[in-house]
Design a protein around this ligand. Sequence first.
Ligand code: 5GP
Length: 114
Amino acid sequence: MTEPSVFTRILRGEIPAEIIAETENAFAIRDIAPQAPVHLLVIPKSERYRDVVELAEGDPELLAEVVGLARAVAAEHADGEFRLVFNTGAAAGQTVFHVHAHVLAGQLQEKTLG
Ligand code: 5GP
């Protein structure tokens, strides 16, 4: 069996992180290494999908739920305008293979996801 992802472990309370918002099937946390003044992660509760392509193909409604939660947290933590980044594949910078959206707002730092 593969190990649970870091995000599954956060959801289970095994790794500390404040869940700042959630819906039935997704939750949001602050990124531990922010690359912008606002840097949040929106994550499906299930780690079934590795990346956004798998998620879009396997459960487009859940992808829409993730985008909706991103919009909600961006409205609460920024002015409602934001970048939504899904790193897809290791060569593109993905390090956690449990699909998640980066919600970025404000001036991005020099070494950035964008
Ligand atoms: P990726 O590189 O896969 O697109 O994004 C993974 C993100 O998860 C990174 O930006 C990284 O900083 C964040 N991250 C990794 N481990 C933790 C953790 O334990 N807590 C939180 N809050 N974020 C994490």
